[in-house]
Design a protein around this ligand. Structure first.
Ligand SMILES: *[C@@H]1O[C@H](CO)[C@@H](O)[C@H](O)[C@H]1NC(C)=O
Ligand SMILES: *[C@@H]1O[C@H](CO)[C@@H](O)[C@H](O)[C@H]1NC(C)=O
Ligand SMILES: *[C@@H]1O[C@H](CO)[C@@H](O)[C@H](O)[C@H]1NC(C)=O
Ligand SMILES: *[C@@H]1O[C@H](CO)[C@@H](O)[C@H](O)[C@H]1NC(C)=O
Length: 584
């Protein structure tokens, strides 16, 4: 009896020790642990346990790096430095590799705690992070970019075929293949959540998107969506699930059906497709059809079809080695070219609105019929099987213009924090965050990640400084700290300097803003404009020379501004020390 009791007491004690052990491991974040089993949705404005742990480990690496740079710092006052890469298609994807490469060479990369990306920069982030230690091995990342192994078209088509059988197949899947296979030359089938258990050799990655429905009809705080190795969810609503559950079926906060986590190819497609926005369509109109005032319903549909098919060919072509397949693609290209010829344009211009509609509808039908005939004419074999299957799957998506759909974990979740734009939707429609702000500031402002210094290499097209002024307006609206941006900088818009520092006070981060093209590498406003055009966002994949040029430009920007970067990193360390002292 006594033995039994002792045994019981021991059991209680060891159970208690076990529990308290787990408790202290998970620190104060029992909430995060419980969520995995009971409540899959975490509602909070603080870090989840996993990110907290990662950041804690990463800080030891940052501390060591600061010590090597002879910057005074202690373990409890490591500054929070985030490198936030802008969008900008392949220019951004390549530019980011150049910036990070030079950061490593200057011994600055290991001072970075977080790496955040939008659109084009997420393509190269996905590729960089395929190496769990890229931060210490940027030479390898550089070689992968310059001398890529190419992707077999067959592999890409098989992947698409698999996606097409799934519930959430959308045009983003096609875009994912195009960017992965066509631009990054890699079909990366790993899952982002696999990175949750990595050591902290690399900065903590945060990928960003926006939700389409909320983007169209919600207030700004409903729109921003972030995905890290641990969690995916709405930044400003503070509603998250584990990343491995993104895409699963939910209702009223309950997990109904767990689906397989999306791979990096699919994620890339969702994050980097500005084409998903109908407004952005204007930029993709083939110039010969650019008749003013003509983009109405029928025209939109026609242009969608034309554009997607055109992009499909342009981006697939470099992956094709088989000469027969190449001939087929060129044939299809010709069929499309034919659809936007001069006489079509003239016909359209002279037609009245009603006639245009009929004409465009007729052209849509004809184009589809021509594509169909083309796919029937292919020689029997794998290429034909895949192509015909895809055409059957893809064309309805084009007509419905379906992008980035995935299961909505907030569907019918009865909680006051869920906005109308999400409550009754079974699906989320995630798309390119660059359509809102082309640099992922929203995820890095405010108390949650408490950033001291933001390094922002700017690879965006469009108006210089726009990402900054948009972020400033966003911050004002959601009441997050942001440094003062004096509008006089806008005078530099047509020919910006290579580096600007916007100094933050108290909770505001300091921002180092570094335009890719600038006064150092362009002789005047005219050359600046020409460079922006030469390296514009929407064009066929860059030639080797273009890739090398963007790399060298991005590298030089970091090299030329090393002193500024060091000075601001030093200041950030001092600030963190002061914050820490005020705290005590
Ligand atoms: C670092 O701290 C030491 C002593 O605390 C001081 O002598 C030194 O000047 C500091 N270095 C810098 C770069 O601030
Ligand atoms: C981090 O993980 C990689 C493998 O993923 C390993 O090669 C490396 O030694 C680890 N580094 C540290 C500091 O533990
Ligand atoms: C232009 O395209 C139409 C079909 O859309 C075709 O009938 C016509 O022959 C083409 N004209 C030229 C000059 O290629
Ligand atoms: C919303 O969910 C949170 C966390 O699950 C909970 O604390 C809160 O009470 C809920 N609010 C409502 C109105 O149900």
């Amino acid at each position: 009896m006594q033995r039994g009791q002792t045994g019981f007491t021991q059991a209680v004690i060891s159970l208690w020790l076990l529990i308290s052990g787990i408790r202290s491991q998970a620190a104060d974040n029992m909430e995060g642990n419980a969520a995995a089993s009971e409540r899959p949705i975490r509602q909070s404005h603080s870090l989840c346990a996993g990110e907290e742990e990662y950041v804690h480990k990463r800080k030891q690496i940052v501390l060591q790096s600061l010590s090597t740079l002879e910057i005074n710092c202690t373990a409890d006052s490591v500054p929070h430095i985030a490198l936030l890469a802008s969008g900008g298609g392949q220019r951004a994807a390549v530019g980011l590799v150049g910036s990070l490469y030079q950061m490593e060479k200057e011994g600055l990369l290991d001072t970075v705690l977080y790496l955040g990306g939008v659109s084009g920069s997420t393509w190269s982030m996905a590729s960089l992070y395929s190496d769990p230690e890229f931060s210490t091995n940027m030479d390898a990342a550089m070689s992968r970019l310059l001398d890529p192994s190419s992707v077999d078209l067959e592999q890409a088509l098989v992947w698409l075929g698999e996606r097409a059988k799934e519930e959430h197949f959308s045009l983003s899947d096609i875009w994912g293949v195009l960017t992965s296979a066509g631009i990054m030359k890699q079909m990366d089938l790993r899952h982002l959540s696999d990175e949750a258990s990595r050591n902290a050799t690399n900065p903590y990655p945060v990928y960003n998107a926006i939700e389409k429905n909320c983007h169209l009809q919600g207030p700004i705080k409903d729109k921003w969506f972030e995905v890290s190795p641990h969690e995916a969810g709405f930044t400003d609503l503070g509603l998250f699930i584990e990343t491995s559950l993104l895409g699963s079926k939910f209702q009223n906060g309950e997990l109904l059906e767990k689906k397989q986590e999306m791979d990096m190819v699919k994620l890339q497609g969702i994050l980097g497709c500005a084409l998903a926005d109908e407004e952005a369509m204007k930029d993709f109109i083939p110039f010969r059809l650019n008749v003013p005032g003509y983009v109405d319903g029928a025209a939109k549909e026609y242009l969608r079809l034309w554009n997607i098919l055109d992009k499909l060919i342009t981006l697939t072509r470099p992956t094709v080695k088989d000469t027969v397949a190449l001939t087929y693609l060129d044939e299809l290209k010709e069929i499309l070219e034919d659809r936007v010829n001069q006489s079509n344009s003239e016909l359209l211009e002279s037609a009245r609105t009603e006639e245009r509609k009929i004409l465009l509808n007729q052209w849509s039908q004809e184009m589809l019929a021509a594509v169909d005939t083309w796919s029937q004419s292919l020689e029997d074999g794998a290429f034909k099987t895949h192509v015909s299957f895809l055409m059957r799957q893809v064309i309805p998506l084009m007509v419905k213009w379906k992008w980035g759909t995935t299961g909505n974990f907030l569907y019918q979740y009865q909680n006051s924090s869920v906005p109308d734009c999400l409550y009754s939707e079974e699906r989320l429609q995630l798309m390119d965050a660059g359509l809102l702000i082309n640099v992922p500031y929203p995820s890095f402002l405010g108390d949650k990640r408490d950033i001291d210094l933001i390094i922002a290499p700017e690879y965006s097209a469009g108006n210089m400084f726009e990402t900054l002024t948009l972020a400033r307006d966003y911050a004002a609206e959601v009441k997050k700290p942001f440094p003062e941006i004096n509008d006089t900088i806008l005078e530099d818009r047509d020919w910006p300097k290579d580096c600007y520092v916007f100094e933050g006070n108290e909770k505001e981060p300091t921002i180092i803003y570094m335009p890719l093209f600038n006064r150092q590498n362009c002789k005047g406003a005219e050359e600046f404009k020409a460079k922006m055009e030469e390296f514009s966002t929407f064009q066929r994949p860059f030639s080797q020379e273009k890739i090398e040029f963007v790399l060298e430009t991005a590298k030089a920007n970091v090299k030329n501004n090393k002193e500024t970067l060091l000075r601001e990193i030093n200041k950030a360390a001092l600030r963190r020390q002061n914050k820490r002292q005020e705290w005590l």
